[in-house]
Design a protein around this ligand. Structure first.
Ligand SMILES: [Zn+2]
Ligand SMILES: [Zn+2]
Length: 175
């Protein structure tokens, strides 16, 4: 079973939608255009030296692009956690300087999954579906704490797991 606490980075990266990547590219180019062409035209004194200007211009462009990617990420990540994506996108856009995204990461709820049997949202610490009692994690038949499907004995109470009805412990592996 996949542990909800250790999601591989590639899985997370797949949560960035294409539209936000395109937006990030466009925003980057717009910011570069502004800093290289629009701003110098309105400046009446010579700007900082070229290397310094390159550094700052690229930094601002990248910052703006990352901002777009973060908003895209939130739009995909929030529904997985039964959070309102539109509300959180608004929070990210309205609060300046990325504060919205910081608040999102502080407050986001644990991942929810769907029950394979009835589709109800189930949180990562649930053993059974609250609507149809489908078993979503392997658990001890005696004390009902989580066990690994490969364990022979419960690590909490010593119960011999092989004596449980097979589906109670291994249903999720067999499926
Ligand atoms: Zn269910
Ligand atoms: Zn036990």
């Amino acid at each position: 079973m996949r542990n909800a606490n250790s999601i591989p980075f590639e899985d997370e990266a797949r949560l960035i939608p294409v539209w936000s990547m395109i937006a990030a590219g466009v925003v980057f180019l717009l910011v570069e255009h502004y800093f290289w062409f629009v701003l110098p035209a309105h400046r009446h004194h010579p700007g900082p030296p070229i290397p310094l200007r390159t550094y700052f211009n690229l930094s601002w462009g990248l910052l703006a692009a990352v901002y777009c990617l973060m908003v895209g990420y939130v739009s995909k990540d929030a529904p997985r956690r039964a959070m309102d994506a539109r509300f959180w996108i608004l929070v990210c856009l309205v609060l300046p300087g990325g504060i919205g995204t910081v608040i999102y990461f502080l407050l986001r709820l644990p991942l929810t999954a769907s029950c394979p049997a009835c589709g109800t949202h189930i949180q990562s610490d649930f053993h059974f579906c609250p609507q149809c009692a489908w078993q979503v994690t392997a658990s001890c038949g005696n004390c009902h704490r989580t066990v690994l499907a490969t364990d022979q004995y419960c690590t909490r109470c010593g119960h011999e797991l092989a004596r449980d009805h097979m589906p109670a412990r291994l249903r999720m592996v067999v499926d």
